[in-house]
Design a binder for this molecule. Sequence first.
Ligand code: OKP
Ligand code: ZN
Length: 349
Amino acid sequence: MRVVHSPIHGLHVPRTEVWTGRLVPHVETPERAERILAALEEDGSFELREPTPHGVEPIEAVHDPGLIAFLEEAWEAWEAAGEEGEAVPDTVLHPGLRAGMGEGREPSSIVARLGYWTFETMTPVGAGTYRAARAAADVALTAADLVLGGEPAAYALCRPPGHHAARSLFGGYCYLNNAAVAAEHVVRRTGEPVAVLDLDYHHGNGTQQIFYERPDVLYVSVHGDPARAYPYFTGFDEETGAGAGAGTTVNLPLAPGCGDPAYLEALDRALERVRSFGGSVAVVSLGVDTYREDPICDFALSAEVYEEMGRRVAAAGRRLVVVQEGGYHLPTLGTNVRRWLLGAAAGLG
Ligand code: OKP
Ligand code: ZN
């Protein structure tokens, strides 16, 4: 299988995040991508390459140009303001803040602008963040191009991840929505509908929001129930799309401790929807934070199930653009991704 990766991810080194009042070391580290790359390099069946730069246009197809411009300038503005450490807001634009007073516009100070373009405090902007986020989008776009060129599957080793980034918001360790950028690219190149299957532990609020009213992009997600799991405010089963996109969003929230049988049952339901939706390409947001030892999640999947998962997804009969999202248990991160991809390769036949 073809693998796209870029060393530029290493310029993004988030240091700390605030979890329920405690400052903790950030879990979305460069070592994550290094572990995955090492596991894939160890196996002779993966063919590695670096991405082709695609410019900003395919990113503007799914994101507010204001968000992109902000991410590009944010670090410099933070430094110019004499701030210490990473760029993180202290106040975010909760909709209630200006309720009944109009939407408000982008403020001018850097700390306020951070609170305008993000929804939380766990996603710091540092010196290399924008370059890494752009490289991750190029990685996803290059994998999409390989599949458009006839490959049955390609894997995009994206870092930082993307599925929490909405049209006009970064957050959830995500800055640009790599999977959404790739899916929109495929729609525009083929004129066909595209399914996005999100298998990260967390609900992909960003991908869902970007395509919520779109009849030509299916978003299906299997994830920790937002009743307890981040991002808390999206991913309920009654969210099914709106307007022309009514019925093209499918959420399958799962209970804590979810094991292999319950997970595979939900996956089969998700795949039924993918199968009945048109198109020849599916984008998979692959997070292996569903693994039982993941330090920030609460599912109980075995290592072995990843192979079966990949096999079942491939058997759905779509060409696959597999985009890396989360996964934080470093000792098994690479081998779990490898298992998934080997299973998919077997399922593609
Ligand atoms: C990114 B991806 C709760 C911490 C939650 C944010 C998780 C972002 C996950 N105390 N931190 O979907 O793996
Ligand atoms: Zn996740």
